[in-house]
Design a protein around this ligand. Sequence first.
Ligand SMILES: [Mg+2]
Length: 261
Amino acid sequence: MSHRRVIVWDFDGTLGHRRHGTWAECLMEILDRQQPGHPFTRDRLFTALATGFPWHEHQRPHPHLADPDRWWNHITSVVTRALVGLGAPLHLAESIASHVRAAYREPTAWSLYPQTTAVLQMLTASGWDHVILSNHVPELPAILDALRLMPYVYAVVNSARTGFEKPHPQAFELARAAAAPAPCAYMVGDNPQADVAGAQAAGLHAIWVRRDEPSHIPDLHEAARLILRRTQEPNSRPELPRTWEVAPLDTGTATRTASIR
Ligand SMILES: [Mg+2]
């Protein structure tokens, strides 16, 4: 019988990231390429794209979008509406939005953080398996494959395929089901609501790898040290779910880890 246990990981902003930014930045790239001299700014796009994505309404499951074409048609309509709201003519908004699917899911636009592979390797060797629980695009497995992460990943639970966005409790139940029969012990993520609050509500310990700025790099080594240190503690009795906060790398913070609950 296996005694392995499972760590549930967020992907975006925790293990990897889209190097030049997410949706607003992706749209800027397309606009700069297709419409040089356009009047839009990154900040206006960011504000316009702050509603309408599936994860903005995590309390509402969306099993009807659990198909890549349907999912991307929904996103394309959200982007079109955002551009029209910013004053773009409909034909231009539709044309620009039609490029988002190919641009956003392009695997070469994504990178792992510098510690990711080494930390997953080390934890795997120490008896931990890894489930990725992500609010993401349907093509997340292809992105993970291109980043050579799949050899370390036991299962991927992706909201675009399941219809449940973190912090919805069912997202965490699906992660548990994917990990079974091994128990899930920790959630590691950069989002205090989706990852940390969601994990706490689901009865998991949470490690919040903080990133105060989009450019910050999560300190995964410190998260791994914390898990291994606690595993080695004697007489670890069942306890209520706890949360630890890990500061980002290279921000000069003296105390890297703090227990916040
Ligand atoms: Mg994240």
